[in-house]
Design a binder for this molecule. Structure first.
Ligand SMILES: NC(=O)C1=CN([C@@H]2O[C@H](COP(=O)(O)OP(=O)(O)OC[C@H]3O[C@@H](n4cnc5c(N)ncnc54)[C@H](OP(=O)(O)O)[C@@H]3O)[C@@H](O)[C@H]2O)C=CC1
Ligand SMILES: O=C(O)C1=N[C@H](C(=O)O)C[C@H](O)C1
Length: 249
């Protein structure tokens, strides 16, 4: 495939490497030198675009790909407040988009088991549940997109939690949440690629369900596989639709 890379930072560069290893060509790179001048015509010739840019840039990049009629994989997080509008524009215009807060296989298994665990814990009101995420200090959004997906999975299967609330925790800060709110604690520490933990705590014990990314490789490879999966499809997809883990949820 011929790929247009929208965003050429930590993820964009790694995606380029995996895409080339898998026999794809990088048709166009949109980076800080040309991003102000890019038009839909510049995307002509690409079979797919992959966006790992910035929260405030993602929606304009999506619209550019819709205008150019190019299928798009969006890994950028922090724009999901506009998801419903983007979905409508995609479906009304017969366009193609796949998005996901996390493209690694491990986290997608985690998303699935997280829902099963939430359903299993739901009757046991003596446990309170919370989510913790740790990322590098350059991360622009909090909570992480992955933590939001995890929280939505828990809320969908836990009667006592109706919404999530984020606390970005600095030294000495204490987390605060109401009983109906699912707390997402965010921590920012040096070079951490991404760690997510779900904790169920009671007076007598604690269950910890944790995913630790050792590097960004799983995210980047997953984004290239997503672009391959999207080939020949039309419509609006989430990354979770690429996987079939079985199990009833
Ligand atoms: N879904 C997933 O699996 C994963 C998602 N992510 C998400 O991907 C995004 C990028 O992460 P990462 O690569 O680490 O971030 P980086 O900051 O390293 O890279 C983002 C790059 O995008 C550039 N950029 C800014 N505006 C535009 C624009 N309009 N068009 C194209 N490029 C632009 C930035 O340039 P400048 O610095 O000059 O602004 C920067 O070079 C984040 O939202 C992150 O949360 C990250 C890892 C995995
Ligand atoms: O910004 C990052 O680095 C990451 N962002 C994604 C998120 O917001 O969940 C995925 C991963 O955790 C790394």
């Amino acid at each position: 495939m011929k790929i247009a890379l929208l965003g050429y930072g930590k993820m964009g560069r790694l995606i380029e490497r995996f895409a080339q290893q898998r026999g794809h060509q990088i048709q166009l790179v949109v980076d800080e030198n040309n991003r102000e001048d890019i038009s839909a015509a510049d995307l002509a010739g690409a079979n797919v675009a992959i966006d790992f840019s910035r929260p405030e840039a993602a929606v304009a990049n999506i619209d550019l790909c819709f205008e150019a009629n190019i299928p798009l994989v969006v890994g950028t997080t922090g724009w999901y407040d506009q998801l419903d509008h983007v979905k409508k524009r995609c479906l009304d215009g017969n366009k193609t988009l796949l998005y996901g807060s996390n493209f690694s296989i491990g986290v997608n298994v985690f998303f699935h088991i997280n829902k099963l665990l939430a359903a299993a814990m739901n009757p046991y009101k003596q446990y309170d549940v919370q989510v913790e995420e740790i990322h590098h200090t350059q991360k622009l959004d909090a909570p992480s997109g992955t933590a939001i997906t995890i929280a939505e999975g828990i809320i969908g299967h836990t009667d006592s939690k109706t919404e999530w609330i984020n606390n970005l925790i600095g030294e000495g800060d204490e987390a605060i949440a109401k009983t109906n709110q699912l707390l997402i604690e965010s921590h920012r520490i040096d070079e951490v690629p991404g760690t997510h933990t779900v904790l169920y705590s009671s007076e007598v014990d604690q269950i910890e369900f944790k995913h630790t990314a050792h590097s960004r490789a799983g995210f980047a490879l997953g984004a290239v596989v997503a672009a391959e999966w999207l080939e020949g499809k039309t419509g609006f997809y989430q990354v979770t639709e690429m996987f079939n883990f079985g199990g009833r949820i």
